[in-house]
Design a protein. Structure first.
Length: 202
């Protein structure tokens, strides 16, 4: 039988291990419009419930719900100018969150370039991203492969846009020839005009 001091020591050790294995998980929610925001139960509430249930299902792995809410009502996903998202990113930079859970990955952003930048910031701070309904989890090997594919696609799109912009800025060959023709023809016409005060030879 263990002495009281041994029991106390074991409990302290157990609590320390639990604390070390705890993964604080934040739920991020977003709704593009203000429709039905004043109702008793909104889509933000539905998204949060889904995220909380998912975190609870991973409790054996040390997942714990981060108490602060990160809800962006009536904010577009086309940019990152959202107060709750910016608070979430600041909290991640402070090292207080290990996982971000969202109902779908487009809740984070509808802009693939912004989404890849957000995932890159998560990576730098050792934070995983989970989409509840799409089985997208960057803490798994399959999730990391998908993340790499997204990053590659974003780079390809950026390079394609840059190349297209460069080509559109250049004058086309036909335009150049037309300009040269107008310039040379104008010079010929000027050269063919009689000088002021001169007489034509009969």
């Amino acid at each position: 039988m263990l002495a009281p001091s041994d029991v106390t020591s074991n409990l302290k050790r157990q609590k320390m291990n639990e604390k070390q294995n705890t993964k604080w998980c934040a739920v991020y929610t977003r709704k593009s419009t203000d429709e039905n925001l004043n109702s008793d139960f909104t889509s933000l509430d539905a998204q949060r419930e889904s995220g909380e249930a998912f975190i609870k299902s991973r409790k054996a792995e040390g997942w714990q719900l981060y108490p602060e809410r990160f809800d962006d009502p009536a904010y577009s996903g086309g940019n990152t100018n959202r107060p709750a998202l910016q608070r979430l990113l600041a909290t991640i930079r402070e090292g207080r969150i290990q996982t971000v859970v969202a109902y779908k990955y487009d809740r984070m952003s509808r802009n693939i370039k912004d989404f890849v930048k957000i995932l890159d910031l998560f990576d730098k701070h050792g934070v995983a991203f989970v989409s509840v309904t799409q089985q997208f989890d960057t803490s798994t090997s399959i999730g990391r492969i998908f993340q790499t594919m997204l990053m590659g696609f974003a780079r390809l799109r950026s390079q394609t846009w840059a190349a297209t912009a460069s080509l559109s800025a250049r004058p086309s060959p036909s335009t150049s020839r037309s300009r040269k023709c107008r310039t040379s023809c104008g010079a010929v016409r000027i050269a063919q005009r009689p000088a002021a005060g001169s007489r034509s030879i009969p």
